[in-house]
Design a protein around this ligand. Structure first.
Ligand code: NAD
Length: 425
């Protein structure tokens, strides 16, 4: 497995070279400010004890408290958490919100734990890191494998440890525990606002624009719902269990896919892949291998699953004109070079999936002011933030003839550098 943090550093170094970032700033940003690791003992339902490796990486607080989700996944590594923490610092700076970057993780498959075990693990995570987090220090949130319930347990445990409730310690909570309206849909919605911005500039007509979406979890599902509602043509969809392509000149029906996900836990509406050896004879779609879907002809390829999906091995075969990165780090740096050469427009993760952290910021603000905004207030405030981030990167990329990732990094690094210089002046 390639080092994801090495990928992140390659992006940093490339942007630093292009913009002539001062050496001292590059040196500061070359590693996290702090990394804390812990071994979390959890009593399992059968009375035995298991130990889980856990991490919190605080990359940069130059622009505000560290901010970033907690991932529960069996393959979580410190290397991955470092990379994700770095990208959070860049993302918050591009979006212009006053947060730095952090991230957390536990090496665990949450699907294999009972609700009680998951609660004990989540509370244990908070106790292990209570000294380094806090509403003005480091504000975690959900990520892959974690959800509002887990955030509620963590918020509650923080109140127990510190002796008073401070909901602003964590975002992504449920509504009755101080969560924000619109947080659940925020990342997908933010990605959809970016698609609309692209459509305006590249003159895309929704009914003629074919989308393939990889990943149908929180992010992929809400994005797909909004895009299909606006008339975009969904021609391909994948999750970890199936990859489906619509028959020629047909589109997939969002409702059918969403129902299949709800009923069978996979986007596969006919469940052919679930039945070993059965050949799919459905008239409206067929099954592909996961990699084949990524290189199938379409207009916009939406990556909403995991890291490192487009690599130097498949970048040359991608047929999409546009890649929208809703996942974190789905394109490896060597693949970026190939896509650039082939004039594929890549909207980087640090812009495309910023909707989640922007609404997390709104949640943090609401908690601090003890107010609750309506869903329409959230949508109205999210849209201009996403549009501004995209617009600034788009203009810089046109002025300097660089790609959108390089432009986004330049914008972010300029802002982070200014904050570091102010603090050290
Ligand atoms: P999720 O766990 O809800 O969904 C992940 C989806 O990806 C699932 O449908 C899963 O089946 C699918 N998947 C996993 N492996 C796959 C594979 N090999 N091929 C195809 N599909 C695969 O996670 P999520 O919250 O939707 O997050 C997805 C990505 O977006 C992650 O990279 C995450 O870091 C990033 N992200 C999430 C948020 C957020 O608010 N949830 C915010 C910013 C970025």
């Amino acid at each position: 497995m390639p080092s994801i943090f090495a990928n992140a550093l390659a992006q940093l170094e490339s942007a630093a070279r292009q913009m002539k970032l001062p050496k001292e700033i590059l040196a500061v940003l070359h590693q996290p400010q702090r990394e804390v690791t812990a071994a979390l003992p959890v009593t399992m339902d059968d009375g035995s004890q298991k130990i889980f490796s856990a991490y919190r990486v605080q990359y940069s607080n130059a622009r505000g408290p560290y901010k970033g989700g907690i991932r529960f996944h069996p393959q979580v590594t410190l290397d991955e958490v470092r990379a994700l923490a770095f990208w959070m610092a860049v993302k918050c700076a591009v979006a212009g919100i006053p947060f730095g970057g952090g991230k957390g993780g536990v090496m665990v498959d949450p699907k294999k734990l009972s609700a009680g075990e998951l609660e004990r693990l989540s509370r244990g995570y908070l106790r292990a890191f209570a000294d380094v987090i806090g509403p003005e220090r480091d504000v975690p949130a959900p990520d892959v494998g974690t959800n509002a319930q887990i955030m509620d347990w963590i918020s509650d445990e923080y109140a127990r440890v510190t002796g008073h409730a401070q909901p602003a310690v964590i975002t992504g909570k449920s509504l009755d525990r101080g969560g924000s309206r619109g947080r659940e849909t925020a990342t997908g919605r933010g990605g959809f606002f970016i698609l609309q911005q692209l459509a305006e500039r590249l003159k895309l007509k929704p009914e003629k624009t074919r989308l393939i979406v990889q990943g149908f979890g929180n992010v992929g599902m809400h994005f797909t719902r909004l895009a299909c509602r606006d008339g975009y043509r969904l021609i391909g969809i994948a999750d970890s269990r199936a990859s489906i392509l619509a028959a020629p000149d047909r589109s997939l029906d969002y409702a059918v896919i969403a129902n299949a996900k709800q009923d069978y836990g996979t986007v596969d509406p006919c469940r052919c892949t679930a039945t070993k050896g059965k050949i799919c004879r459905c008239p409206d779609h067929r099954h592909l291998t996961p990699d084949k879907l990524l290189t199938t002809d379409c207009d916009v390829l939406v990556l909403a699953a995991l890291e490192n999906q487009i690599t130097k091995a498949n970048a040359g075969k991608v047929k999409a004109r546009i890649i929208l990165e809703l996942a974190n780090g789905p394109t490896a740096p060597e693949a970026d070079v190939i896509l650039d050469r082939r004039h594929v427009t890549v909207v980087p993760d640090v812009i495309a999936n910023a909707g989640g952290v922007v609404v997390s910021y709104f949640e943090w603000q609401q908690n601090r002011e003890n107010v609750s905004w309506t869903e329409s207030q959230i949508k109205q405030q999210l849209q201009p933030v996403m549009e501004k981030a995209f617009q600034e990167a788009w203009e810089l990329s046109r002025q300097q003839r660089i790609n959108l990732r390089a432009a986004a990094f330049q914008l972010a690094l300029t802002r982070i550098a200014q904050s570091i210089q102010k603090k050290t002046a």
